[in-house]
Design a protein around this ligand. Structure first.
Ligand SMILES: Cc1cc2nc3c(=O)[nH]c(=O)nc-3n(C[C@H](O)[C@H](O)[C@H](O)COP(=O)(O)OP(=O)(O)OC[C@H]3O[C@@H](n4cnc5c(N)ncnc54)[C@H](O)[C@@H]3O)c2cc1C
Length: 580
């Protein structure tokens, strides 16, 4: 049974048609607000420990900050500059746990950190940082198969750097420090895999359901008032404990309580660019982490045939829903990356920008620090200290540390009187592979080879098979089963090169993975929506596949396709790229 079906058994009687949330009338032990990585990991941890768990998100799972990251599962080497040793150590520990638990979605990468004569911090100091980073990750290779072992950092001569990164600014180049970190290849899919793990342990996960207020008895929270944003219906969800994991919205979620809860957070806007490959096609497979003369740092990662460049870090006063990528964000990133290009290399211009992503960091307030230097630690607030019982909020944190935050959150919850006599079971998320993983701490290559040669009668290329195996892990067998029943589902969604999604994925997005809108399908179940503009014909193809499953008639399908196309165009207007 798929995780979405498991969810519907509890909550919705008529799958995919009228969404009936009457099942949420049952009391839960824990209700979680927010389905970003923090909330999803809390749900996984809570359900894993046997608690009756419900999670709601006003948009889709992972639609917030968690899908707009630098795509790194990392210790955060640059936080060493601010002496955030605890954050870096915790993140490196989590990097190992995530890599071993999801080897198909967490991929090792070589990072190149160049040093120039004028570098600040100096090249020698950068080397000390890289050494310390490696030291703090002293247990990275425990239980890891050879393919997942993190090599020791080393120095690379200027000549070798020129060969490895031909586009790099050459004047004054002394060489580079080389170290390894990991990529979160498809953060949207890894988040879904954790969601599926939570659902497999009984968690009820509801997207497009917004928390609008709290159910109170005196000073005690005993549930959440919600609205289903797809049909406007209002419900009340009873729960012994409520966890507010709404990331950069966390302070807004509790604002209805009109209590002084002390949840002070700074919001910082983080933009990335998806561009044509810096330095031309396939110029490197390494990620470059460089700091130009301006002192601004930039990460350039090869990703899906493009370069992924960022991030910006701009403190903002606006609420997250009001933020857009501006042309100034794009210009800042282009200027920053252009500082690192050699004199013979054509500067990156607006025409090279294929798309942008926008995330909002929920940072904890640190006196006298900017958002760039503010700590990336997480903070858990027990609002009982401010007179509101059975309500907790989580602030700050990183994608990488979501699991560790969840463990801490659950330890606090089970120690509090809120849960009463809830029955608990043992659960160790450190050693539990994520849903769909082919094993814990295993090499991905044999699994991919097996998928390439399995079921030769299914008409899919090796490249598409690996694509599916990476996205779904062992659950890719489900896609194969569908194609065996209906070979037309092997058809690609797009005729454009580099876009490997097929029709069966769109079907599974709705039947198995909780997608309710075209954006849910395009942006967070399939990969096509993360690769730049989606053509109208491609949206139409997806609409025709998922519309009937969602109970849409032809008029509704046309309307949904039209508005999704419009929404995507609008998003591009703000930063000045309409022509693509
Ligand atoms: C530019 C950028 C790059 C980053 N890069 C990395 C990286 O490479 N590696 C890393 O480890 N970390 C990275 N981070 C940090 C990381 O992305 C965040 O710390 C993490 O994603 C936060 O997750 P979250 O679940 O707390 O918040 P979110 O992912 O924002 O989730 C909050 C959810 O709450 C929902 N919500 C809001 N209000 C309500 C409501 N009223 N009712 C119901 N639901 C609601 C939202 O819809 C949203 O889905 C980066 C951050 C940024 C901004």
């Amino acid at each position: 049974m798929s995780w979405f079906e498991a969810r519907h058994e509890v909550v919705v009687e008529e799958v995919n048609l009228d969404r009936d949330l009457s099942g949420v009338a049952q009391p839960f032990d824990v209700a979680i607000i927010g389905g970003g990585i923090t909330g999803i990991q809390v749900a996984r941890e809570a359900a894993g420990r046997g608690l009756r768990t419900v999670l709601i998100d006003k948009d889709d799972f992972g639609a917030g900050t968690s899908s707009a990251t630098s795509k790194l599962i990392h210790g955060g080497i640059r936080y060493l500059e601010q002496a955030q040793f605890g954050v870096v150590r915790e993140s490196l520990r989590e990097r190992r746990i995530l890599s071993l638990g999801a080897p198909h979605l967490v991929e090792q990468r070589r990072f190149i950190m160049p040093g120039w004569r004028w570098s600040r911090p100096s090249t020698a100091l950068l080397g000390a940082g890289v050494g310390l980073y490696s030291l703090l990750g002293f247990d990275s290779n425990r239980n890891a198969p050879p393919s997942l072992c993190i090599p020791m950092p080393r120095w690379m001569s200027a000549r070798s750097v020129r060969a490895a990164i031909p586009w790099l600014y050459d004047d004054g180049l002394q060489g580079a420090w080389v170290y390894h970190d990991t990529m979160n290849v498809f953060p949207e899919r890894l988040l879904l895999a954790y969601a599926a793990s939570a659902a497999a342990d009984g968690a009820v996960l509801l997207n497009h359901v917004e928390a609008t207020g709290f159910m109170m008895q005196g000073d005690t929270v005993h549930g959440v008032e919600v609205v289903d944003r797809l049909d406007g219906q209002r419900y009340r969800i009873s729960a012994s404990a409520v966890v507010n994991a709404a990331g950069p919205w966390a302070d807004l979620v509790v604002s209805s309580l009109q209590a002084e809860l002390g949840l002070s957070m700074v919001r910082s806007k983080g933009v990335h660019l998806l561009t044509t490959p810096v330095g031309g096609a396939a110029s490197t497979t390494d990620t470059v982490f460089a700091r130009g003369r301006s002192g601004r740092h930039v990460i350039v990662s090869p990703w899906q045939g493009h370069s992924f460049i960022g991030p910006t870090d701009t403190e903002v006063a606006e609420e997250p829903d009001d933020l857009r990528v501006q042309s100034s964000d794009v210009e800042l990133l282009l200027d920053t990356v252009n500082e690192t290009l050699g004199s013979g290399v054509a500067p990156m211009v607006l025409d090279d920008v294929v798309d942008t992503t926008l995330g909002v960091r929920p940072l904890m307030v640190d006196e006298g620090k900017s958002s760039y230097t503010a700590s990336r630690r997480h903070e858990i607030y027990d609002h009982a200290t401010a007179g509101v019982k059975n309500l907790w909020s989580i602030g700050g944190g990183k994608w990488t540390t979501g699991r560790a935050t969840a463990v801490q959150m659950l330890d606090l919850l089970v120690a509090s009187p809120a849960l009463g006599a809830a029955t608990l079971r043992r659960f160790d998320s450190r050693r539990t592979a994520v849903f769909g993983a082919f094993g814990w701490a295993e090499d991905a290559a044999p699994f991919f080879s097996e998928v390439i040669s399995a079921r030769p009668e299914i008409p899919l290329s090796a490249e598409t098979r690996v694509h599916l195996a990476r996205l779904y892990g062992t659950d890719s067998a489900r896609i194969m089963d569908l194609i065996a029943t209906d070979p037309s589902l092997a058809a690609p969604i797009s005729q454009r090169p580099g876009r490997l999604d097929i029709a069966a994925q769109a079907v599974v997005a709705v039947t198995d993975e909780g997608a309710r809108t075209l954006s849910d399908v395009l942006d967070r179940r399939l990969v096509i929506g993360t690769l730049g503009p989606v053509e109208l014909g491609e949206i139409e193809r997806v609409g025709a596949l998922v519309g009937p499953l969602l109970g849409w008639d032809t008029d509704r399908i046309d309307a949904e396709v039209g508005s999704e196309h419009q929404r995507r165009m609008q998003r591009r207007i703000s930063w000045g790229a309409l022509s693509r």
